[in-house]
Every structure is written in structure tokens, then in C-alpha cells.
Design a protein around this ligand. Structure first.
Ligand SMILES: [Cu+2]
Length: 301
């Protein structure tokens, strides 16, 4: 019942707020759009739960509280200004009101906290093939099956770019932002400050274990991809873990999300989700040679 209720709320709000940036492209593109109001589109069960939580619970709560406070303020301004109410009440305490304005906010916070903890737990619990995930049903105990990870990628925050290591294959490469000349020459259709030379390439419908760290002696970064619903700190000397399973091929952008120094704004994250066959050829080519050769096997966007 609640699951369905929030599904329909989410669908209604999603239809109202979300622009449909992907419609024009053959592939999905996860990126911010001019004039965008809602969150970025979701292509994972984690982002489904975040969007449902945000659009279906938080936005309603915030809006109703704001309206209530505004109405109370207007009543005070009209009915209790010096002209309308020349002799003010001398009341200093009212036990009932104090209990009410303590208990009701506590209840609101509890209602927010319950699905919030569930969503957070999902992001930080590695799938084992057994555990159920929340998806859109954030007030349920979880209904979504997620397979165990089939691929492990370690992302290392450097000053100021990312290094991606395919741990099982022992392969790694750096991913640098393209400056304007490089972008115009090689990837003119991709967005400024987000396009990179070497994207993180992963197969569709596959659970990817992401290990996140920063280079020793470096600084703290954070690895975040909005369409996947993941954001996790990259700390020198510490290995953080999260996961995603993208259901649509395409190109999804994120950014370093922890203020890390002079080029913090210029170390974007670009994840390319490709078909199983494309991935198999890409990783085989990478194992045999250079990342440029591997990237050349992928279809142009
Ligand atoms: Cu950074």
C-alpha cells in the first residue's frame, strides 16, 4: 500500500519536475541540464530510492512546513500587530503548546529518518545476491534483487584527476578532464568541464563494486555519480566501498564532491555503460595494449 502510494507520488512528481534530456540522444546521458529542477535521471536502484525519498517524502515535508510557518506568520502580522492588538497578552508559558511543538517535530524527524537510514544502508551494503534492496519502495523492507558484484573497480583520487584500476584484471589508467581545445577536437558533443579523455567503462546490468581511495600523502576527494545515486569519500590510506548496477547503456557524469584543492572543479567523473559484448572487447583490447586502443573499439556517441 505505502509502496504503491509513494510510487504514484514519485511518478507524478517525476513527470512534473524531470526534464527529459535523454530523449534526444540514442543513448542515455546522465548530466545536469540547463533549467533543471529535480534530481538527475535514475539508472540504478540506489538512485530510484534516493529520488523517491527526495521527491516523495522530503519535498512534501519541506513544502508543508514552509506553508504552515508562512500562514502562522501572516496571522501574527495581521491579527497581532500593534494597531490591531494594542494590549498584548502577558503569557510566558503554555505547557500544552510547548509539548506540541516539541513532539510534532520529533515525529516528523522520525518519519524522515526511517526511510533515510534504509536508503543509506542500501548504498553501503555490498550485494551478495540474497539481500533485497529498497528501490522505489522506501517504506517497505525491500523488494529489489541485485546480483553480487561481477567486477571490481578501484577509483583513486589524485591531484587533480582520477585513476581507475580494474582490480581483477590488473589494469589501470588515468582519467583527465579535457580542456576546451581538446574537447572541441575530440568530443565536441560532450559537456564542458565534464568530458574526460578516458571514461570509466563498465558493462550494463552488472553489479560493480567500487573501491574508493585517494593517493597516499594526497588530499580527500569524493567520488559521486548522481544518476547512480552514489557519493563516497576518497580518503588517503582508507579504502571505502560502494556499488552500482546501471540498467541503461550511456554516459553518466559526476564530479569530485569534496573540496580538495585548486583543481577540485576540474576532476570530473565520466562513466560509460556499454553492452556486455562491447565491454568484453574493450577490456580485452585494454589488456593487450593501450587505453586509447581500447576506447577506439567503442561506438562513437
Ligand atoms: Cu578532488
Amino acid at each position: 500500500m505505502t509502496g504503491q502510494f509513494f510510487r504514484s507520488i514519485r511518478a507524478a512528481i517525476g513527470a512534473t519536475l524531470a526534464l527529459a534530456p535523454a530523449a534526444a540522444f540514442a543513448q542515455e546521458i546522465g548530466r545536469p541540464e540547463p533549467g533543471q529542477l529535480g534530481l538527475q535521471q535514475s539508472v540504478t536502484t540506489l538512485m530510484d530510492s534516493i529520488r523517491t525519498f527526495h521527491d516523495g517524502v522530503l519535498m512534501w515535508t519541506i513544502t508543508l512546513i514552509t506553508l504552515l510557518v508562512m500562514v502562522l506568520l501572516l496571522i501574527v502580522m495581521v491579527r497581532f500587530n500593534a494597531k490591531a492588538n494594542p494590549t498584548p497578552s502577558k503569557t510566558t508559558h503554555n505547557t500544552l503548546i510547548e509539548v506540541v511543538w516539541t513532539v510534532i517535530p520529533i515525529l516528523i524527524l522520525v518519519i524522515i529518518a526511517i526511510p533515510s537510514f534504509g536508503v543509506l544502508t542500501d548504498q553501503l551494503t555490498m550485494p551478495d545476491g540474497q539481500r533485497k534492496y529498497l528501490g522505489n519502495n522506501i517504506f517497505s523492507f525491500g523488494e529489489v534483487d541485485v546480483p553480487a558484484p561481477a567486477l571490481t573497480v578501484k577509483a583513486t583520487g589524485e591531484q587533480w584527476y582520477w585513476n581507475y584500476e580494474y582490480v581483477d584484471q590488473g589494469l589501470s589508467f588515468d582519467s583527465n578532464m579535457l580542456n576546451e581545445e581538446e574537447r572541441a577536437a575530440t568530443k565536441p558533443g560532450e559537456p564542458r568541464l565534464l568530458a574526460v579523455n578516458n571514461e570509466l567503462v563498465v558493462p550494463v546490468d552488472t553489479t560493480v563494486r567500487m573501491q574508493i581511495t585517494a593517493s597516499p600523502g594526497g588530499v580527500i576527494h569524493a567520488f559521486a555519480v548522481p544518476s547512480f545515486g552514489i557519493k563516497i569519500d576518497a580518503v588517503p590510506g582508507k579504502l571505502n566501498e560502494t556499488w552500482f548496477n546501471a540498467r541503461k547503456t550511456g554516459l553518466y557524469y559526476g564530479q569530485c564532491s569534496e573540496l580538495c584543492g585548486q583543481d577540485h572543479a576540474f576532476m570530473p567523473i565520466a562513466v560509460r555503460v556499454v553492452t556486455q559484448d562491447e565491454y568484453a572487447l574493450w577490456i580485452k583490447t585494454l589488456a593487450e595494449g593501450f587505453v586509447d586502443d581500447a576506447n577506439a573499439t567503442l561506438p562513437t556517441l
